[in-house]
Write a new protein. Structure first.
Length: 177
């Protein structure tokens, strides 16, 4: 992929996760603490904007912004997020979650719509699969919408059944690693 400039290098973290069994659970805890901080901050701002928290002063909410930033940094730093760059700009990302059965879930995959059909999504899936293999996973799972079925099939996923999300019906798919 000559058009793909690179991935965000988290080599030191990947090395620690692969070498020591205790690093992954610590990263997961930090990830969820970060998510709680981020969602809590954004939640308070949303409540205020929607008019339910009119008594909460904006100046007070502005003090929460650094907490939200810390939460975001914890999420990015402790989660398994791979970022694709093209021409020095973010072109897409993939996010992985460790499953209770020891396998990996491709929890998020996004490519900028203006950069579709350039191999970025496939490169992110391949990079995620390689990382999952290094962690000892034998299968990577994904919950896909129907419009993405062809893309995932071309990447090597097979449909394993229907799945109901809060947004509507979807497909459960998996890829042997």
């Amino acid at each position: 992929m000559e058009t793909l400039a690179g991935f965000l290098d988290i080599g030191w973290l990947a090395t620690l996760v692969n070498k020591y069994d205790w690093v992954w659970p610590i990263c997961e805890m930090l990830h969820f603490i970060g998510m709680a901080l981020l969602i809590g901050t954004v939640g308070w701002l949303d409540i205020r904007i929607l008019g339910f928290g009119k008594g909460v002063p904006i100046a007070g909410l502005e003090k929460l912004v650094p907490i939200g930033i810390v939460g975001f940094a914890l999420n990015v730093g402790s989660g398994l997020v791979f970022v694709a760059e093209l021409g020095g700009e973010v072109a897409g990302f993939s996010a992985l979650l460790n499953r209770d059965d020891g396998e990996i879930e491709l929890d998020g995959l996004f490519t900028e719509p203006g950069r579709w059909r350039r191999g970025i999504g496939r490169a992110l899936v391949e990079h995620s699969a390689a990382f999952a293999r290094e962690r000892g996973a034998t299968t990577m799972h994904v919950i896909a919408n129907f419009e993405a079925r062809g893309f995932y099939e071309r990447c090597g996923f097979v449909e394993t059944g229907p799945y109901q999300t809060q947004f509507g019906p979807a497909l459960r798919m998996e890829m042997s690693l």
